[in-house]
Write a protein that binds this ligand. Structure first.
Ligand SMILES: CC(=O)N[C@H]1[C@@H](OP(=O)(O)OP(=O)(O)OC[C@H]2O[C@@H](n3ccc(=O)[nH]c3=O)[C@H](O)[C@@H]2O)O[C@H](CO)[C@@H](O)[C@@H]1O
Ligand SMILES: C=C(OP(=O)(O)O)C(=O)O
Length: 436
């Protein structure tokens, strides 16, 4: 188990370049399976989850050529479908959430796709019904082995159809889109997820020869084609990382510039942090956060009632930033209700923040009320274990703002989604050490 030792209470300063987006990378990498031609991808983050998916693709026989930092060529011209039946695949496939998205492309191109119950954050139930109902709608036969949690779909040629998704699942929509692009006829997906990463996937597929319209809306219309060709693609900056840096700057009263953020793809993110009282300035395509020397004050609603920050499918606020909102609120002036509607086990990490002296009431598994200290009392350093990726980064932000030296164990959880985080934090003045 790897550990971070953090000496908190220091102001940071400088600029930081966000990494390529983790959750976009997981979709885009699976799409390379849709063509025998070369797909060149840039701005791939060097993080555990993405590297696990790249190695899974390699085991599937995809030829991989690293052409520079974060840039790779992929060619799936000799896919080894036998690997899907191996014991090794049953282990590798479990290692991350994103591996589920190999199923759609494999089913569409090779007539079958299998996956063990995928891993990812343990943040509550994470069902896969939307994915498999979508494949079944396209004509696939479905089987599930309850004993070893192994899912499978098979079909000679998928057939386009109309479908109304039971929920706007992000990876579910991506998976069904990647199956439908090679189906016979037209597929309409209503209640589709439409976040920027999905838009990026659809745009890339269209460059490969797919015919997807409605990109960016919740109704995608896909005219199936017989084959797809190679293309080149660049990942957007990671919006969850950008939100994490905004929170870090406010909590440590630091002046930070977050470079090349792709503002137009940030949706509600800048405004939610502004509602917490944080000054988020736009400077071209950068975000500038001035040092909040006098703290920051949470806004109330017009009628004076307490602000609620809740998650919702895009264009709502992403659930992946609620843990960061929560930690940032612990030092604000005022109170906020954080409502995590999507996941039921994602707020339990607040007990660590309470140990550090934060004023939080966990109302139920989905809701926590935070009453900020307005920096009148600093958080106390402590020893903690990172339960999931976003709780992990939130605890790291808490430790950087706390007085004294904190220890965070199990930081593999943070490394799953944040590239060289300790090195990048040290470059802006943080006192953080990695201990193996
Ligand atoms: C690899 C990847 O891309 N992971 C992201 C992806 O996961 P993932 O695609 O697994 O998440 P889903 O969009 O399927 O759903 C997330 C959770 O929200 C619930 N739900 C979803 C839609 C809805 O309308 N109502 C609802 O309650 C689902 O039941 C589930 O519990 O999207 C999540 C939601 O943005 C993010 O937290 C994950 O970081
Ligand atoms: C929940 C997350 O990831 P995953 O879906 O890969 O577990 C996340 O990125 O916050």
């Amino acid at each position: 188990m790897t550990t971070f030792i953090i000496e908190g209470g220091h102001q940071l300063k400088g600029s930081i370049q966000p990494q390529g987006a983790k959750n976009e990378a997981l979709q885009i990498l699976c799409a390379v399976l849709l063509t025998p031609e070369i797909v060149t991808i840039h701005n791939i983050p060097d993080i555990i989850d993405v590297n696990k998916l790249i190695s899974l693709l390699e085991n599937l026989g995809v030829k991989i050529n690293k052409i520079g930092p974060g840039s790779y060529e992929f060619q799936a011209d000799e896919v080894n479908m036998k690997y899907l039946e191996s014991a090794e695949f049953k282990e590798d496939g479990k290692g991350l959430r994103g591996s589920i998205m190999i199923v759609g492309p494999l089913l569409a191109r090779f007539g079958k796709g299998y996956i063990p119950k995928p891993g990812g954050d343990k943040i509550g139930r994470r069902r896969l019904d939307t994915h498999f109902e979508g494949f079944i709608n396209l004509g696939a036969k479905f089987r599930y082995n309850r004993e070893d949690h192994f899912y499978g779909v098979e079909a000679d040629r998928l057939k386009g159809t109309y479908m109304l998704l039971d929920e706007a699942s992000v990876t579910g929509t991506a998976n069904i889109v990647m199956a439908a692009v090679l189906a016979e006829g037209t597929t309409t997906i209503y209640n589709a997820a439409c976040e920027p990463y999905l838009q990026q996937l659809c745009k890339m597929l269209n460059r490969m020869g797919a015919k997807i319209s409605g990109v960016g809306s919740n109704m995608l219309i896909i005219e199936g084609v017989d084959s797809l060709k190679g293309t080149e693609h660049k990942m957007l900056p990671d919006m969850i990382e950008i939100g994490s840096w905004i929170g870090l700057a406010a909590m440590t009263k630091s002046e930070l510039t977050i470079k090349n953020v792709s503002w137009d793809d940030l949706g509600q993110i800048p405004n939610v942090f502004r509602k917490l009282g944080i000054t988020v300035e736009r400077d071209g395509d950068d975000i500038h956060i001035p040092a909040h020397k006098d703290g920051y004050e949470i806004q109330s609603y017009i009628d004076g009632s307490i602000l609620t920050v809740a998650d919702a499918p895009w264009p709502g606020f992403t659930p992946d930033l609620l843990s960061i909102v929560l930690v940032v609120a612990t030092q604000a002036r005022g109170a906020v209700l954080v409502h995590q509607k999507m996941f039921e086990s994602r707020l339990f990490f607040v007990d660590k923040l309470i140990d550090m002296g934060a004023k939080i009431i966990l109302c139920d598994p989905h809701r926590a009320t935070v009453i900020g200290h307005d920096f009148k009392s600093t958080l106390k350093a402590t020893t903690m274990t990172s339960p999931d990726i976003r709780a992990g980064i939130s605890l790291l932000i808490a430790a950087l703002s706390a007085k004294g030296t904190s220890t965070i164990h199990n930081i593999e959880q943070i490394d799953r989604g944040y590239e060289r985080i300790d090195e990048r934090l040290r470059a802006i003045g943080a006192k953080i050490k990695r201990v193996n």
